[in-house]
Design a protein around this ligand. Sequence first.
Ligand code: ATP
Ligand code: MG
Length: 418
Amino acid sequence: MRFKSLKGIQDILPPETYIWQHLEHTSRKVFEKYGYKEIRLPIIESSDVFTRSIGETTDIVEKEMYTFPDKGNRSITLRPEGTAPFVRAFVQHHLYNEPSPQKYYYMGPMFRYERPQAYRYRQFYQIGTEALGTEDPKLDIEVISMLANILKKIGLKKFTTEITSIGCKECRPHYKTALKKALKNKLNDFCEDCNRRYEFNPLRLLDCKVPSCVKARTVAPAIIDFLCAQCTHHFETIKHNLELLNISYVVNPNLVRGLDYYTRTAFEVTSEALGSQKAVAAGGRYDRLVKDFGGPPTPGIGFAIGIERIIPLIKKSIVHDVYPDLFICSLGREASDRGFIMTEQLRNRGLWVEMNYDELSLRSQMRKADRIKAKNVIVLGEDELKKGKILIKDMQNKKETEVALETEEILKAVSNKK
Ligand code: ATP
Ligand code: MG
């Protein structure tokens, strides 16, 4: 029987995995400098962790969740995003008692039942952060600046940071009223979903990707024209400081994030090189979420980077040229056994050593050493065993060095050239 991976779910193979490692490693290093600590969260959660927080009428909850009953008939969901599980853990473990701001990062797979297409998968990976404990715009600036830093350090050359403010519980209701008024006579031009959302969640109409809806909503007022004094001040401070920090951004008043829990700052990083799935990272402020989860009121802000959307953009600039230090060719049983012991000993001493376990002709072994680009090769046969000496061949300059057939001697000779 032949099996294939599920639709929209992919295997990540080497050498691409090296690019993933580079991305993860570089992000970790930046997170450390900003004081963010790693948190590892479960992949499955009780479904209501998501339905209550992300919002019942959002795309994620309405259409995209992998939800199923477990054997005890509990409703389980494969996490579609990281913030809701994070806040669940933040409240469960009283992390709000840690010194403020509390700063965390995570990496791992997310699951959304979406229509698979380029850069849109059903299992995809995010690197995300969450910072909590203050409403001060400095935290927003730190998070946006850290994101730009990570993207630059991992080698992303061209990207746009789009920011906006979507107001707070004081000013957003006024905007909702104005929005509903402006779109009231246009509802025929919107899709069925939007017509439904008009009543419960009119902001969602700004996020719909159906082309006719995109066109119909051009008459919608912009939320930044409706911000209250505090939200305006918050937003202006962020913009001003991003300029001081030389972080380029554009204000995109049409940016509405696909989750209900956001307040004030929302942002997205886009790359035109990706075509229609152009968001490589996105985030926003969520000042009410911790309280909604039963914790003390604790404002917060976070973002998530979509790894699959970054990989194709940096692929060409990352070269992974790490090759074996030594390939041991062996001829005959005794040489093979001796070579194997040496292989293990040298690996334990820090060298990358390869040898062939099946018996192969010398020619085939040499061909293999060549194929895997081994830097040095030795040929261990009866003669070498008898004489107790061996030639180490440097595959680049073809020079040969004779050393005693001892693990320590070979280690010294190969390490000297490293
Ligand atoms: P989109 O508008 O592309 O659907 P989103 O608003 O649903 O994105 P978020 O929930 O903000 O995305 O997730 C943050 C990031 O995760 C996105 O900017 C994107 O890079 C990535 N992402 C989201 N969904 C997918 C997916 N199905 N496949 C691959 N990456 C994804
Ligand atoms: Mg989406």
